[in-house]
Design a protein. Structure first.
Length: 407
């Protein structure tokens, strides 16, 4: 047995050496890091359910240590085995609310019916794959939310790009608009500091007609550069089965009487922006004293299951690795990184990979469900210097399986 194990490790070492040599010749490496074999980097992953379909290429060969599990080109901290750290769905009742706010599945990606439920991972099985539906033309609309601290979200530009490039680069610009707090459809939300409501701010409204549904999108959100940091949001899609159809409700705000909303399928997208002050303070709170270097950026987002519900105790990794990987507290009104949190995502499902050089990045997440290691998804994005790349993992998407609906 010992000789067999030693031979297997030696073989894997030779394979890793071949992968490393290949990386000197090309940016991406075909086959290196695929979890189709039980031992990829000389570390037994114990069998990760759901990542056997991964056939991507790696930006660099993952070299995992004994505390990590290799999956989809990444070395992910192995999820803890204790029952208290089982990956679970987040219930709306678990999320705190400030003022008169209430938590709901639409805005908070939570489970309205139960707390701590098992994740829905059906989209990782062939019988439950999401399928690519025929594209429709839709109107995208919504308000611009402010992550953390910041004033009114006014004059924020939203640009929607084709997101089908497999290297994470922006595709064709499909449409754009500028959100305004003067619009009658603007919303108001609480500003929270130290768990106390200290005031309110306005969230500007926007709409963009002529956007294709059921196609991967990248949404860029930009404001005045002396006050806001740009966010590139990946893994976005106006899914046909989730579109609003028919005329807007009779009590809808005035702007929605525009012809762009008259009988046209609609997708409500709550855009995001972050202040330059939070860009500076969040890395400090996470323990990155030097801050984000010039030429680097941030990858941040959430981990959801196949029903787009937040997951607690999910582990995340990026390749290239960040200077600091942080998970956040449980407060949706004032999300802050917790430097001492290593057990994975909190009730917010939120992570941030701080200080990654500009270029392509692979993002991967794992969990533990019923004692079994499971994949929670992977996605390739791109880091832009001085900006945030947002990617929420939502299971295995249609473009990752090639599954299409029957015409």
């Amino acid at each position: 047995m010992f000789n067999l194990l030693r031979s297997t490790l030696a073989l894997d070492s030779r394979l890793l050496a071949a992968c490393a040599l290949s990386s000197a010749l090309a940016l991406t490496l075909a086959g290196c890091g695929d979890d189709s074999t039980p031992m990829d980097s000389g570390v037994d992953d114990g069998g990760v359910r759901g990542d056997e379909t991964f056939e991507g290429t790696c930006i660099s060969p993952p070299l995992c240590d004994a505390t990590q599990t290799e999956s989809a080109c990444n070395c992910v901290s192995t999820p803890r085995t204790e029952a208290d750290f089982t990956t679970n769905r987040v219930g709306c009742a678990q999320l705190t609310a400030s003022g008169e706010a209430t938590r709901n599945p639409t805005d908070d990606f939570c489970d309205a019916s139960a707390n701590d439920g098992s994740p829905d991972l059906s989209c990782f099985d062939p019988a439950g794959y999401f399928t690519k539906e025929p594209e429709e033309t839709v109107t995208v609309y919504g308000v611009v939310d402010v992550f953390g601290n910041g004033g009114d979200a006014d004059n924020i530009t939203i640009e929607i790009y084709d997101g089908t490039n497999t290297d994470g680069t922006l595709g064709e610009l499909l449409g754009s608009a500028t959100a305004s707090i003067a619009d009658p459809c603007t919303e108001t939300e609480n500003e929270v500091e130290n768990d106390m409501v200290t005031g309110t701010r306005k969230l500007g409204f926007y709409f963009i007609p002529g956007i294709p549904s059921d196609r991967p999108l990248i949404i860029k959100q930009t404001g005045a550069l002396d006050f806001w940091k740009t966010i590139y949001s990946y893994n976005q899609m106006a899914i046909n089965t989730e579109l609003e159809r028919g005329a807007p409700a009779a009590d809808a705000c005035a702007t929605m009487s525009n012809a762009a909303f008259d009988g046209v399928p609609r997708w409500r997208y709550r855009a995001r922006i972050i202040s330059t002050s939070d860009w500076t303070s969040i890395p400090l709170t996470a323990g990155l004293v030097s801050g984000i270097r010039a030429g680097s950026g941030v990858v941040a987002g959430e981990v959801h299951d196949c029903t787009d519900t937040r997951l607690e105790f999910a582990q995340v990794a990026t390749n290239p690795a960040p200077e600091v990987l942080a998970y956040f507290n449980d407060n949706p009104d004032n999300p802050l990184p917790v430097a001492s949190r290593f057990e994975g995502t909190s009730l917010l499902g939120l992570y941030a990979a701080l200080d990654i050089p500009e270029g392509p990045v692979d993002v991967t997440s794992l969990g533990r469900v019923n004692g079994e290691l499971v994949s929670l998804g992977w996605y390739r994005v791109r880091v832009f210097a001085g900006a945030i790349t947002s990617v929420t993992l939502r299971g295995l998407r249609a473009q990752q399986t090639g599954a299409s609906a029957t015409p």
